[in-house]
Design a binder for this molecule. Structure first.
Ligand code: ACO
Length: 428
């Protein structure tokens, strides 16, 4: 629906473009006809001002520090909902009835096992492989094992692939971990919750029963909810871009995992904890703050700053509470938590961070929690990938169902050589 017009004056000519309004948030100028009308492109590296799609899944108001999934605030979902319910919500648009939730939970639990051949495939990796390398490889390989859900034009197959991905991700992540430490793979146990089953597959052993600690289970559930989706972030946009060519869902999610691995994105929780450990004690904080502010030093405070949030990341607030609960429950007295709290306090009162609107993001405290639960830092991003899978598949499904969807094909500002004639090697 066109709600207005934006005028552009270029080369002495005026051009009008429709302005569209969403349900909430900034208007967008529809420039799809810009090139046809003016012969010019826009230039926007990093898509800082470009809406690449229409979406009804997640909304972020970065200035107000608000994150909504299908309209529901993240803090309400984190406090009151379950990961299965949030997954249903993201995929289907509405909260499920009791019956719908039971059916969905049952369906996901019936897809938790992996083709047994995949265990052999996984054993081909080196034992010291990073879990994200394993996740990327195994998820990409799923398309070689589940041919019956790769026809993206069939909504039913798309939903089966989505369920498979959500269900199998904990199994794959837990196997990647078990393989590193040389313990046997644990098969899923479907009478446990999604989170309880994952904890058992990760920390349980076949030799004895595993009891799920309810505080840890609750913390993991909340962490999964906090990471479930986050609008058009780098990895989600990667999934959409890969999917725009018609690639199968498993290949698209593998692409998302690859993008998430980077330290500016999903790898930040690992980097944040490493940084807190390096700082070690509160007395050293000023030294690191000074480095973060030094233009000649590439060092950044990991877990601080966000492309969209110019206020407190609402997920960071929930995460800080969880950190307190988990450390108390497990009796962990990790000085890293004191360093984190003190660093946050100092940074939030420092002119540099205030002026640039740099606040803790979700990754600032998540490493402290995951480490207390017993995960090695290398698993942190794998857990993020596990939780984000539902967001990826929801966004991918939305894109495929969108009649306006086109293959993603950005333009460029070319600054290379003009056309010139080839010179034979002996004449150069
Ligand atoms: N520490 C110190 N300075 C910072 C930080 C930081 N963590 N983040 C941004 N700045 C500064 C930049 O140097 C820049 O300063 P300048 O204007 O003087 O050049 C200014 O703040 C703006 O930063 P940009 O990098 O332009 O902002 P952008 O939106 O591109 O980057 C990003 C966002 C990548 C998240 C950045 O804040 C960062 O690198 N943070 C650390 C990594 C991190 O925690 N990533 C997790 C993101 S959350 C997630 O993926 C779930």
């Amino acid at each position: 629906m066109a709600d207005g017009t934006a005028s552009l004056s270029l080369g002495g000519n005026a051009h009008d473009f429709p302005v569209r309004s969403g349900s909430v948030g900034p208007d967008v100028i529809d420039i799809r006809k810009l090139y046809a009308q003016t012969g010019a492109f826009t230039y926007d590296p990093g898509f800082t001002s470009t809406a690449a799609c229409e979406s009804a899944i997640t909304y972020i108001d970065g200035d107000a520090g608000i994150l909504l999934h299908r309209g529901y605030p993240i803090d309400q979902l984190a406090e009151k909902s379950t990961f299965m319910e949030v997954s249903y919500l993201l995929l289907n648009g509405e909260l499920p009835t009791g019956e719908e939730l039971a059916k969905f939970t049952y369906t996901i639990s019936r897809h938790t096992m992996l083709h047994e051949q995949l265990a052999t495939f996984l054993r081909g990796f080196r034992r010291d492989a990073h879990p994200m390398a394993v996740m990327c490889g195994i998820v990409g390989a799923l398309s070689a094992f589940y041919h019956d859900s790769t026809d993206i034009t069939d909504p039913k197959q798309r939903m089966i692939a989505s369920h498979r991905l959500i269900a199998k991700m904990p199994t794959i992540a837990a196997m990647a971990y078990k393989y590193t430490i040389g313990q046997p793979f644990m098969y899923p146990q479907n009478n446990l919750t999604y989170t309880g089953n994952f904890l058992r597959m990760t920390f349980g052993v076949p030799a004895e029963p595993y009891e799920v600690n309810p505080v840890v289970e609750q913390a993991m559930r909340t962490i999964f909810i906090l990471h479930a989706d986050h609008e058009q972030n780098a990895s989600t946009s990667t999934v959409r871009l890969a999917g725009s060519s018609g690639a199968n869902p498993f290949a698209c999610i593998a692409a998302g995992i690859a993008c998430l691995w980077g330290p500016a994105h999903g790898g930040a929780n690992e980097a944040a904890l490493n940084m807190l450990r390096e700082i070690g004690r509160p007395e050293r904080i000023p030294e690191f703050i000074a480095r973060a502010k030094d233009k000649d030093d590439p060092f950044r405070l990991m877990g601080f700053g966000h492309r969209v949030y110019k206020n407190y990341d609402p997920r960071a607030k929930v995460m800080q509470k969880i950190a307190e609960q988990v450390l108390k429950e497990l009796g962990v007295n990790d000085p890293v938590f004191d360093v984190a709290r003190e660093l946050e306090h100092i940074a939030l009162n420092d002119e540099y961070f205030i002026e640039k609107k740099l606040y803790p993001n979700v990754d600032f405290y998540s490493g402290v929690v995951l480490s207390a639960i017993g995960f090695p830092t290398s698993m942190f991003t794998a857990l993020f990938a596990l939780a984000r899978t539902v967001g990826w598949v929801a966004q991918w499904n939305e894109m495929i169902s969108d009649p306006e969807q086109k293959i993603g094909r950005p333009r460029q500002l070319y600054t290379g050589a003009n056309q010139r004639d080839y010179v034979a090697v002996g004449e150069r």
